[in-house]
Design a protein. Structure first.
Length: 52
C-alpha cells in the first residue's frame, strides 16, 4: 500500500490531499519572492530576493 502525499493525490476517493496541495501552492504563489522569481523568469532578468 502506498502512503504519503503522492498516494493521497492518486486516490480519487480522497480529495483532501489534493485540496490541501492546491491551497498551499496558492498561498506560496502570493509570497513576494515567488512573484519575483516568476517575473524574473518571464522577463529574462536576474532575480532579486527580498527574503519574504
Amino acid at each position: 500500500m502506498r502512503r504519503g502525499v503522492v498516494a493521497g493525490l492518486m486516490n480519487p476517493a480522497d480529495d483532501e490531499p489534493r485540496r490541501r496541495a492546491k491551497e498551499v501552492t496558492s498561498q506560496n504563489a502570493m509570497v513576494s519572492d515567488a512573484q519575483e522569481g516568476i517575473g524574473a523568469f518571464l522577463e529574462k532578468h536576474k532575480r532579486v530576493w527580498c527574503g519574504e
